[in-house]
Each structure stands twice: as structure tokens, then as C-alpha cells.
Write a protein that binds this ligand. Structure first.
Ligand code: UDP
Length: 334
């Protein structure tokens, strides 16, 4: 298939592009590089030995997107492009709503004009909000969030669902990610955000590399076995393979499906820190600090639907995730 990947130079996007190329798909990447580095495109080529098309554009730029659809016969789209920093979204809600919603609607309009009817969307477990019990299942109400970032995911899921109601021959797969960590085994691709990382693993990577002094664990008094929050961490390469499976499913189906991508197991921040120290044979300086606003004590996926519908399940261990994260972080530029 000819697959357009928006945000394909980003953390999850780049790993997905590698898996697409490896499986013989033709890939067109669109990225405005607002939170990604141009080197990533060369690195993808280095890893796969394959060529791809890259356009440095904002996918909310309709004219430019239209040109891309005119020049490539796009069979399907994987839509990653979007702002993703939870804390920043609270400070800059308008930018988040404008960017994430505009880019999705522009994309849908252009897809419609060119008769492209297959979309895999990068959603998030944040759509389950604070009121559902875990493990989260896809049939629970996913209509809540605790940040403008999360609300953009809720809203885009709604937009896509309504769009499919109006166009029943369209297929939209809403992939609800849990906590992706880890990096490509080559050490060439990984999570390398601009500025001080918000997410746990890139923060750990910079502490381990001596670029940040210490990790602050947000809260040690939660009602969890060791008092720290529990999450469902999954390897980014497993997540990337999940996109490939979702694309193959979308090619043969119509309608809308929300699907969790997680391991089905929760581990705590302290357990992750300990696993990182053990597997990489180092000590990580950390302190237990106050809770972070908006954090839930614990959640993980019910991963049954992904297995049944897509034939997908996570295969990497926590140790694989910690080892590959450090293999990338020790050579990362920032
Ligand atoms: N966390 C932490 N220190 C950090 C960053 C994150 O203790 O510097 C914790 C956070 O409280 C949460 C877990 O790590 O329990 C995962 O946070 P992250 O931001 O990576 O993902 P989230 O689950 O919030 O989407």
C-alpha cells in the first residue's frame, strides 16, 4: 500500500515507518518538525535500506497536503501529527485545540476529495478519564479527559466516529496507546523530546546520561503496592507493529474500531526505575516528590481486543524496554 504517515518523524511515527518499510509498503512522511529532528528521516533510511518520500509541511496546510495527495496515490493514512505535552496543553489550550483538531479535519477533507478511506489514528488511554475502573476496556465510556491535550483525543475520536456514521464505507481505527517507552535496537531512533522531558523514560535517560541531576518520582503515597503510580508500559516497536496490524485490518474492513494497545500489565514507577538500574548496571539518583496534578494512581489495558481483532500482542519485556531506552539515550544529541 501507499501509506501517508503524518508526524512520521516523531517518536512513535518513526518506529512505525520502519515497520511499514520493512513490510514492503511505500511510505510518504509529512512532518512539520515542530517536535522532531530531520536526521530521523536519514536514520530510517539507514535502518531499512529503503527510500521514502518526506515533506516538511504542517498537515493543516490544505494546499500543500492536497499537492501530496495529487502526487502520490495514497491508499491509507496513519495520523500521528499533533501536539502531545499534557502540561503545556493546560497553559496553551487554544494552540492545542487549533493544531490537533485543524490538522485532523484538513486531513479528512483532503482524504475525502481523493477517495482515500482508510485511517489509523493515534489516540490515547487518556480518553478513559478518571472515572473508569482498570483494566480499561474499549467498551467503557471514553468521553473524559483531564487536560486539553486529552480532550483533543476525545474530540477527534468523536469526529472520526461521526464521519464514519456519515460515510459507512470509511474505516477509522482509533488506537488507544498506553505508555510507550523503549527505542529501536539500532540505537538510532528513540524518544528525544525538545527541552526538559515530561515523560518518565526520556527523563530517566537524561538522568542516566548525567544531563539532568536527578529524577523526581511524583508521589510515593498512592494507594498502590509501593506507593508510586502504576502504568502499562509497552515497547515502542511493539506499538509500531500494532499500527501495521491495524492498517492491514483497515484495508479489509469498514467502520470505526477503538483498540487498546498495551501489555495488559501495570508496573510502578519504582519498579521501572529498579529494572532500569538492574539491566543497565547503574544507580539512578532519585527523590520522591509531591504528586503531579492530574496523575491517576494506576491504570493498564485490557489487551484482549487487539489480540482478537488484529492478532497483536506485546512481545518485549520491561528489561528490553529499559535496555533499549538506555542504548538510545546514551548517544542522544539532547
Ligand atoms: N513520572 C515521574 N517523574 C517524572 C515523570 C513522570 O514520577 O519526571 C511518573 C508520573 O507521575 C506517572 C508515570 O511516571 O506516574 C508516567 O508518566 P508519564 O508522564 O511518562 O506518562 P502518563 O502516564 O502521565 O501519560
Amino acid at each position: 500500500m501507499n501509506v501517508l504517515v503524518t508526524g512520521g518523524a516523531g517518536y512513535i511515527g518513526s518506529h512505525t515507518v520502519v515497520e511499514l518499510l520493512r513490510s514492503g509498503h511505500e511510505v510518504v512522511v509529512v512532518d512539520d518538525l515542530s517536535n522532531a529532528k530531520i536526521e530521523v528521516i536519514d536514520r530510517i533510511k539507514e535502518i531499512t535500506g529503503k527510500r521514502l518520500h518526506f515533506y516538511w509541511i504542517d498537515c493543516a496546510d490544505k494546499e500543500k497536503l492536497w499537492d501530496i495527495f495529487r502526487n502520490h496515490s495514497v491508499d491509507a493514512v496513519i495520523h500521528f501529527a499533533g501536539f502531545k505535552a499534557v502540561g503545556e496543553s493546560v497553559q496553551k489550550p487554544l494552540q492545542y485545540y487549533r493544531n490537533n483538531l485543524d490538522s485532523t479535519m484538513t486531513l479528512l477533507e483532503v482524504m475525502e476529495e481523493f477517495g482515500c478511506k482508510k485511517l489509523v489514528f493515534s489516540s490515547s488511554a487518556t480518553v478513559y478519564g478518571p472515572n473508569n475502573p482498570h483494566p480499561y476496556k474499549e467498551d467503557m465510556p471514553a468521553i473524559q479527559s483531564s487536560s486539553p491535550y486529552g480532550w483533543t483525543k476525545v474530540m477527534i475520536e468523536r469526529i472520526l466516529t461521526d464521519y464514519v456514521t456519515a460515510h459507512p464505507d470509511f474505516c477509522a481505527i482509533l488506537l488507544r496507546y498506553f505508555n510507550p517507552i523503549g527505542a529501536h535496537e539500532s540505537g538510532l531512533l528513540g524518544d528525544d523530546p525538545n527541552g526538559i522531558p515530561n515523560n518518565l523514560m526520556p527523563f530517566i535517560g537524561r538522568v542516566a546520561a548525567g544531563k539532568l541531576e536527578k529524577l523526581t518520582i511524583f508521589g510515593g503515597d498512592y494507594d498502590t503496592p509501593d506507593g508510586t503510580c502504576q502504568r502499562d508500559y509497552l515497547h515502542v516497536v511493539d506499538l509500531a507493529v500494532g499500527h501495521l496490524k491495524a492498517l492491514e485490518y483497515a484495508a479489509k474492513h469498514e467502520g470505526v474500531e477503538a483498540i487498546n494497545l498495551g501489555t495488559g500489565n501495570g508496573i510502578s514507577v519504582l519498579e521501572l526505575v529498579t529494572a532500569f538500574e538492574k539491566v543497565n548496571n547503574m544507580k539512578l539518583p532519585y527523590v520522591i516528590g509531591p504528586r503531579r496534578d492530574g496523575d491517576l494512581p494506576a491504570f493498564w489495558a485490557d489487551a484482549t481486543k487487539a489480540k482478537e481483532l488484529l492478532g497483536w500482542e506485546a512481545t518485549h519485556t520491561v528489561e528490553d524496554m529499559c535496555r533499549s531506552s538506555w542504548n538510545f539515550a546514551k548517544n542522544a544529541s539532547t
